[in-house]
Ligand binder design. Structure first.
Ligand code: NAP
Length: 347
């Protein structure tokens, strides 16, 4: 029997390209088919230098026939492109169903990367009313507020896990807010790029509402080590996939967004990018007019419920398989900001 094949979406992104670096180092023998929307010669060269067994599949998330076909041909699908794009996630589930029907007794595996926006308390920039830290061991996604980010895509995947007819295995890996400089093509997170655009547009650093909200967080290197850890236990048949949720989160430091925005404002002022240090709230009119559609990878997440909320999670299931956050403990959210801003400013 040959090696299991992987269909990877998001190989050129912040998390996805950092993950590909790790995958190329640790599992270079696994054939990877990577969906890439703009496969320039530069990108092709980086991708094949990073993973020796990689084939580029040209397409966007709207290329649903391509996605369904590639999924049908893969043992494992890893989606690090979007947790909000409905047609591509439906194409993945449909391709997996077809594969399962074709190969009874050998259910395909989906590692779907989502985000803790699903836990949003929609606090409008205020501090949390209660400090509930969600555990992935007992969270029922069905019970979260229906309009919260990512659930439209996550719920069908959650429901499909372990079903009897045409069975498939799904693990939804849910990182908290991700920070730090990555090792791949895209080195900085979307939210940092977005904040930088907001600060430049407004002439000051700022927050959604008062910015007293805070979130569990995690360094990008720990996110990719977590995805790899889940992949490895799944390949070994040891994954606890009954519930299928894996939070990737750390609560060692949980700065408020006011603290984060102020540190950013101070540094950008020091660099001569902004005319004033510190931060004060962005105007409601400005934020309402700036759907993250214009700025983000997925075009759906609204800034208020993402960046104006409190989101607390703990990685109990990853803990059970021996994963620990390493880089997050060495280089916390606030300490890592300056380096991220330097990189984002050069981009
Ligand atoms: N960063 C965070 O703080 C964070 C936290 C929790 C969860 N997440 C989730 O993790 C996932 C990845 O996030 P990220 O920060 O790595 O995002 P990112 O840097 O924007 O990367 C997204 C990847 O998906 C590809 N992609 C996006 N839209 C596409 C389309 N229409 N067609 C084809 N390819 C498309 C991008 O290709 P290009 O290179 O061509 O743009 C890129 O490879 C997202 O679902 C995000 O919501 C992120």
């Amino acid at each position: 029997m040959g090696h299991p094949t992987i269909f990877l979406l998001g190989a050129t992104g912040y998390i996805g390209s950092d993950f590909l670096v790790q995958l190329g180092r640790t599992l270079p023998h696994l054939p990877v088919y990577a969906l890439v929307r703009t496969p320039s010669s530069e990108r092709r060269a980086w991708l094949s230098a990073t993973h020796p067994n990689l084939t580029v599949v040209e397409g966007t998330l709207d290329s649903v026939e391509v996605i369904e076909r590639q999924t049908e041909n893969a043992d494992i699908v890893i989606n690090i492109a979007s947790c909000d794009h409905v047609p591509s996630s439906q194409a993945i589930l449909s391709g997996m169903t077809k594969r399962s029907a074709k190969k009874p007794g050998d259910p395909p595996l989906l590692l779907h990367i989502s985000g803790c926006g699903c836990l949003s308390d929609n606090a409008q920039g205020n501090a949390a009313k209660d400090l509930k830290i969600y555990s992935d061991l007992d969270l029922d996604l069905e019970l979260l507020p229906k309009g919260n980010p990512h659930l439209e895509v996550d719920l069908p995947i959650f429901r499909a896990n372990g079903r009897k007819e045409n069975p498939i295995r799904t693990a939804i890996i849910i990182p908290a807010v991700v920070y730090g400089v990555g090792t791949g093509i895209q080195k900085t997170p979307t939210w940092a790029r977005m904040f930088l655009q907001f600060t430049k547009a407004n002439g000051h650093s700022g927050t959604f509402g008062p910015g007293l909200n805070s979130m569990s967080n995690i360094h990008v290197k720990d996110v990719t080590s977590a995805i790899l850890a889940v992949l490895k236990v799944a390949l070994e048949g040891k994954a606890d996939e009954g519930l299928g949720l894996y939070f990737v989160a750390c609560n060692e430091t949980r700065p408020s967004w006011h603290d984060i925005a102020s540190a950013m404002g101070d540094y950008l002022y020091q660099k001569g990018v902004l005319p004033e240090p510190g931060s004060h709230p962005f105007s409601r009119e400005f934020l309402d007019s700036m759907r993250t559609t214009d700025l983000s990878h997925d075009g759906h997440s609204e800034g208020w419920s993402e960046l104006g909320s409190n989101q607390y999670a703990k990685s109990d299931r990853l803990d059970k398989i021996g994963w620990k956050p390493v880089e997050t403990m060495r280089n916390n959210f606030l300490d890592a900001l300056k380096e991220s801003l330097d990189v984002a400013l050069q981009a």
